[in-house]
Design a protein around this ligand. Sequence first.
Ligand SMILES: [Zn+2]
Ligand SMILES: [Zn+2]
Ligand SMILES: [Zn+2]
Ligand SMILES: [Zn+2]
Ligand SMILES: [Zn+2]
Length: 237
Amino acid sequence: MSSATNNAAQNSANQTNQEAKQTGAENTGETWTAPESAFADMLRESSKTIKEVVDADQDSVCNVCRSDEADEGNPFVFCDRCGICVHRECYGTPLTVKIPEDEWLCDRCEQNAQDEMCALCPVRYGAMKRTTDWRWCHLSCAMWIPEVFFRGADGREPIDLSQIPGHRWENDCCHCGSNYGAKMICGHKDCGRTFHITCGLLNNIFLEYKVVRNAADVIVALCFEHAKKWQSKKKGR
Ligand SMILES: [Zn+2]
Ligand SMILES: [Zn+2]
Ligand SMILES: [Zn+2]
Ligand SMILES: [Zn+2]
Ligand SMILES: [Zn+2]
């Protein structure tokens, strides 16, 4: 294992340890105002014309894990209203129990909640589920933010946001500029960039689960710049 991974893993491990005792989300509930950037335009677009975004996304990619590979045991399923594409396993209940033969609506569409936002990021499009405090949250945000849990691991619902430490709500996202929601911190020791999971995934960040012996798994996150450096170093070997 290279030292870059070690550092990243240790940094996140330290943070996780420090954060473990802080509880209580300091979400002020402020209304998010879109920043002036090209990405903000895209966000505004996507909140209005979801259909266009779906049509532009010709190749199927799971909205939760971002993989474009599927097979018979874990097929892609599409929401018949908003068009999101998810793996059966990535979405959890009810798809893990049974994939409907005719129409399938994701939870947010089924509950007519397409205008509801993710509690953790400003991206309006995507696969979301209910939280324990009756808000909504992207499955991708829930998967990668270390202190967020699925109460039912198999069904992947509801999503528990109660353990997110205060500092995740503080800094601005380096992509959309918004302070809204919970942000990840780049694991590179000299970086300190913070970003939403969803914004980061649209900008090629690096995310990985690291299994640590005798301890909880650690999530390594690298910002777009350090992800690029890390990938090119890996290729150069
Ligand atoms: Zn998936
Ligand atoms: Zn839907
Ligand atoms: Zn989100
Ligand atoms: Zn963002
Ligand atoms: Zn970085």
